[in-house]
Design a protein around this ligand. Sequence first.
Ligand code: URA
Length: 273
Amino acid sequence: MDEMRLQKYLARAGVASRRHAEVVISEGRVTVNGAVVSEMGAKVRPGADTVAVDGEPVVLPAETVTFMLHKPAGYVTTMSDPQGRPTVAELVDASAYPGLFPVGRLDADTTGLLLFTTDGELGHGLLHPRRHVEKTYLALVEGRLSESDLRRLREGIVLDDGLTLPAGARMLAGDDARRAAALIGSDAGASGQLQRHGGKRARSALEKHGSYVEVRLREGRKRQVRRMLEAVGHPVIALHREAFGPLEVGDLPRGDARRLTDAEVAALKALAS
Ligand code: URA
């Protein structure tokens, strides 16, 4: 395991919250390999260094936890927000799982599947640009994409931060479009996304003149789906992430989180390593 800051180690081991761990350190109660460490910057190597508080050895729990959340709109992807906005941390039992962090991010307006884990190796592995883990998005956009718009998305387009990797892109029709409409439209949070486009009447007009698109990305730049669809002339009205790698949000109710099964974690680990 990588080096980690001493206060994080103590928090993850369940000794104290990160802030309280700093107090415990500053009181000179913590030793690393037998020597008192009372400054904040110290790092330890889990498994290699011996950490003790008041002489009692402190070891990290071997078990890690990984959750999926069906994120509603209106929540910022961060574990704490200095501006006091609602955060995704409120929707997972963050205080019960020290070290839990979101795997990547969804915009405040975006709904759908967001993973959380205490397993740094897994989380960072899944986000590593070389792993190219596929994420599937459903978007309600203005207008209808032409074949040439879809081809541009598939081949890669130039955004202000460079050329995108080839993406999956297809218009949704029939049952697929109805399912996307149900997922996006029935989401009270997502309807907040729609409201910002001018209220109920404008919303039904947009739904009539808009269309549903599925986009599959193997990278994760900031607001990437929104910027790609904007670049081909079809701004996003509402966006939902349906799948992350092999995992789908399925019928998990909006706002709920659930722990992944061992088989699901194993499938993610296979993608992350
Ligand atoms: N792309 C976006 O534009 N927004 C998200 O939240 C995720 C992907």
